[in-house]
Design a binder for this molecule. Structure first.
Ligand code: NAI
Length: 662
């Protein structure tokens, strides 16, 4: 046989002297491997060559590997999804890929997947069609099924094969949560069969697996017991309840359809495979999935704001160890950086360090990782570390003169090339920069509270801020695993500007007598992660009131928000706001409101937000309508399955036009 296939672009293929065929995916011009049309077609050629050679007894096995630093196969090529716009087109592509995977499954020689880097979605489904799966223990290696996050579930027989490999509990948990597993966890549940220390051990281990004809044994009998009735239905019921705690079926149907599929066909792999395709196709074609894919692309768009090469921050200095500064420093440390924390008040630093430690415990896996994080967070009351920092962030009191004095001094101390940033939420960057000899250097880095939970950071460009500084700030934001949104220096930037009218609409309706529970339920019905009144209680009514004032939105005259603030009822932190809070939870009356009414109210609450999003676009607060949508989704949690406020409004307008024309 031919021992190579020279025309391949995304794969390299060779057969060695021992009769082992090596197929290495290394997509041309891409930093990550994904499974798209061309790599799938080329894999077809490889499989054909191996089928023919196996018939002649010329190969003993096939090993699938990757040539990339960080990915085995990170999933299907999401860029190609847009061309699959009808159910029949989707069904065609799925059918072709399934046939390919089945041919791999049926190859008469051992097929080994040797996994380094991301092995996700379709990549994991491909690995599951192999006889034996080996992963390395490197930090870059992760396995999982992120499909639910895109409004679908695994559609290349991954539902069936993962259950066969890992048993129903673990496989369904992986598919329902979309969580990425580390290699040890993937081995523990049975998604991989063998672990090796590093990627350099993969080839040798794969060679041995072929020569020893290794076959995965699949899930043990006690795991498979759960496939039998009535256990299976009991399990399905539990999964439904757990999933419903997190998402609503009306908004996110995919996990619920997956549970239906499992409950109906869990013990019948043949019928389950057929049903998987039947149930997958409409999900993939749905508006929800299209919008969730859009959200994924929006996050990629924001990540691309950072220049690819160049600025690589390692040391951060934060001034102000209060609510924001302490958490910003802790977050940077969690992401691997060194952070020094400065404050006039040493007690504030001590409190911030204690808070940071509990954050480390929540976010880092091992006691050793926690200890090294603690060592990387340095108390620096006098600012000795300023001169070494790559990024300096000011998060002190919101007072112009105090900030100006600080920056005047800082400018002389920071090293050349370091980012000089303020976390101000309401002062003009141009004003803060006034005492600077080089005002073009100052950039805003507007974090949201709680820092650890919210994925967005607004990167504020003042009138004089240099583009280079904006880009470096974006590089810093992506380096700490957040999404940077470049915004114009203006009141409320994008997120608070768009969020405030929605909050104030909720206050207005509450003041007019609408029950608070009804208002909050209506927002959830629309798809918001939390009701606006509960959210304000969480943020603090003093802060909400201040933002409302600043944007000229606070209700005029006597208003309930102002009154609550005057009474010292500031929300969760004082135990009472719109709600009374006990043990960290608001006390609510359980009332079942009419669903149609909630739907109407939800839309009415959101309307001022959509209007403001339009105005923010017209005012060029951000570059494009997509940036508005991205900012509002990642900054406020705006119903992701609706694709963003402007996208949602356009879709509504389009639907109205279509209805009118009909
Ligand atoms: P905070 O009041 O909790 O903390 C401010 C800290 O700065 C205090 O520990 C204080 O001792 C210290 N400080 C004051 N002047 C100082 C100076 N000259 N040098 C060193 N330390 C000094 O305030 P918070 O809430 O953390 O806000 C800080 C900044 O972040 C403000 O500009 C605020 O507008 C902004 N921000 C606040 C958000 C929030 O939700 N709290 C959200 C986004 C931005």
């Amino acid at each position: 046989m031919a021992t190579t296939l020279p025309d391949l672009q995304d794969w390299r293929f060779t057969v060695d002297f021992e009769g082992i065929a090596w197929a290495v995916i290394d997509r041309k011009g891409e930093s990550m491997n994904s499974l798209g049309r061309r790599p799938a077609e080329e894999l077809g050629e490889i499989v054909k060559a191996v089928e023919e050679a196996a018939m002649r007894g010329e190969v003993k096995g096939l090993v699938l590997m990757s040539g990339k630093e960080r990915s085995f196969i990170a999933g299907a090529d999401i860029r190609e999804f847009e061309s699959f716009d009808t159910e029949s087109k989707i069904a065609d592509v799925v059918k072709q890929t399934l046939e390919l995977f089945n041919r791999i499954d049926r190859l008469p020689v051992i097929v080994v997947a040797a996994i380094h880097g991301y092995c996700l979605g379709g990549g994991l489904e491909l690995a599951l069609a192999c006889d034996w799966r080996i992963a390395d223990r490197e930090e870059a290696t992760r396995l999982g099924f992120p499909e639910v996050k895109l409004g679908i579930f695994p559609g290349l027989n991954g539902t069936v094969r993962s259950i066969q490999a890992a048993g129903p509990m673990d496989a369904m948990t992986a598919m329902l949560t979309g969580r990425m597993l580390r290699p040890t966890a993937a081995k523990a549940v049975g998604l991989v069969d063998q672990l090796v220390p590093t990627r350099h051990n993969l080839r040798w281990a794969a060679r041995k697996a072929v020569l020893q004809k290794r076959h995965s044994k699949g899930a043990p009998w006690w795991k498979r017991l759960m496939l039998k009735q009535p256990l299976r239905s009991m399990l399905a019921k539990q999964m439904r309840a757990k999933t419903a705690e997190k998402v609503r079926e009306e908004h996110y149907p995919a996990p619920f359809r997956l549970i239906d599929l499992f409950e109906r066909y869990g013990d019948d792999p043949v019928r389950m495979k057929i049903a998987e395709t039947e149930m997958f196709t409409p999900l993939m074609a749905s508006e929800t999935s299209r919008n969730l894919r859009r959200v994924f692309k929006l996050s990629e768009m924001l990540k691309d704001e950072a220049p690819k090469n160049g600025f690589k921050p390692l040391k951060v200095h934060v001034i102000g160890a209060g609510t924001m500064g302490g958490d910003i420093a802790a977050w940077c440390v969690i992401q691997g950086m060194q952070a020094s924390l400065q404050d006039l008040d040493e007690a504030q630093i001590a409190k911030a360090l204690a808070r940071a430690k509990s954050l480390f415990k929540r976010h880092l896996r091992t006691p050793l990782a926690v200890e090294t994080a603690v060592a990387r967070l340095i108390a620096d009351p006098t600012g000795k570390h300023v001169k070494h920092a790559d990024v300096v962030i000011e998060a002190i009191v919101e007072k112009l003169d105090v900030k100006q004095t600080l920056f005047h001094k800082l400018e002389k101390e920071v090293k050349p090339g370091a980012v000089l940033a303020t976390n101000t939420s309401s002062l003009r960057l141009e004003d803060i920069a006034k005492p600077l000899a080089d005002p073009g250097r100052l950039v805003g880095l507007h974090f949201f509270n709680p820092v650890a939970q919210l994925p967005l950071v607004e990167v504020v460009r003042g009138e004089q801020t240099r583009e280079e500084e904006v880009r470096k700030a974006c590089a810093f934001v992506t380096a700490i695993n957040k999404l940077p949104l470049i915004v114009k220096s203006c009141a409320g930037f994008l997120v608070n500007r768009v969020l405030a009218p929605y909050m104030m609409e909720a206050v207005r309706r509450y003041q007019q007598g609408e029950p608070r529970e009804k208002i909050d339920q209506a927002a959830l019905k629309f798809g918001m992660p939390m009701g606006p009144l509960e959210l304000m209680d969480m943020v603090g009514l003093d802060i909400a009131n201040h933002v409302g004032d600043e944007l000229g939105l606070a209700p005029k005259g006597d208003n309930v928000l102002g009154t609550l603030v005057k009474q010292g009822k500031l929300g969760k932190k004082t135990g009472e706001g719109f709600y009374v809070w006990e043990e960290g939870k608001p006390k609510r009356e359980e009332v079942a409101y009419d669903q149609a009414e909630l739907e109407r109210l939800g839309r009415a609450l959101v309307k001022p937000m959509l209007d403001e999003a339009e105005r923010a676009l017209a005012d060029h607060v951000v570059a494009t309508a997509d940036h508005v949508d991205a900012g509002v989704i990642f900054g406020t949690g705006f119903a992701p399955f609706r694709g963003g406020p402007l996208h949602y409004r356009r879709a509504q307008e389009q639907a109205a036009r279509t209805a009118a024309a009909a």
